[in-house]
Design a protein around this ligand. Structure first.
Ligand code: DX5
Ligand code: ZN
Length: 223
């Protein structure tokens, strides 16, 4: 199973985002992870569709937009028009998850659901066929640089088993506290897309982690 790496711009210098994208692209990144925060679903405010739009012409990478926003329904068209390849909404942020996922897909964009650490994967039971991706939060959303929450590891394994049993092509992405130590743990549990902000953009050998993550091997036994 190929491991994909999605550096999060949250940890980059916001005054030099174009350079940050170029740097991680040159170092083997597969996706760019945009952490969109609205000050309501989470306390912080970060960036909006204009940032995605401004970077779109400068990168061929897959743009992975993580909406940590209340009422995500109101923002889907704007991010799709800005050039998002994938839009992930939080299961906790909408009462109409099925409708939101169908609208994302109708826009021609891949659809994902993010689960906070305390959220059960049971919320996905009736939307699995709509899911291109499940984003397992391994920190509580709202900031980068937080410690990894190991209690989410069984959730990753459970999701991987669900995907296998349902013969789906849904991928599992993990976001938060991913570094040299935790990356192998989540890949062994069944994750194939790794978000990393702090480890990539602030660690002295951060950029080298991208290639190291891509060499990680998935579970040796069937999940
Ligand atoms: C949390 C954010 C972070 C960010 C990466 O709201 O989603 O998880 O992507 O965080 P670090 O810096 O831990 O890689
Ligand atoms: Zn994120």
């Amino acid at each position: 199973m190929t491991i994909l790496v999605a550096p999060s711009l949250l940890a980059a210098d916001f005054g030099k985002l174009r350079e940050a994208v170029k740097l991680v692209e040159e170092n083997g990144a597969d996706w760019i992870h945009f952490d969109i925060m609205d000050g309501h679903f989470v306390p912080a405010i970060t960036m909006g569709p204009a940032v995605v739009q401004s970077l779109r012409p400068h990168s061929r990478l897959f743009f992975d937009v993580h909406l940590m926003v209340a009422n995500p329904e109101a923002h889907l068209e704007a991010f799709a028009a800005a050039g998002a390849d994938l839009i992930t909404v939080h299961a906790e942020a909408t009462a109409h998850l099925d409708r939101v996922l169908r609208r994302i897909k109708a826009l021609g964009v891949k659809a994902g659901v993010a689960l906070n650490p305390a959220t059960s994967p049971a919320v996905l039971d009736y939307v699995w066929p709509l899911l291109d991706l499940v984003l397992v939060m391994s920190v509580n959303p709202g900031a980068g640089g937080q410690p990894f929450i190991p209690e989410v590891l069984p959730k990753i394994s459970f999701l991987a088993q669900q995907i296998r049993e349902r013969a789906l092509s849904t991928v599992i992405e993990v976001d938060g506290g991913i570094n040299a130590e935790t990356a192998s743990q989540v890949v062994q549990a069944g994750a194939t897309v790794l978000v990393a902000g702090t480890a990539v953009f602030t660690g002295e050998d951060g950029l080298k982690l991208i290639q190291a993550f891509k060499l990680l091997k998935g579970p040796t036994r069937p999940i």
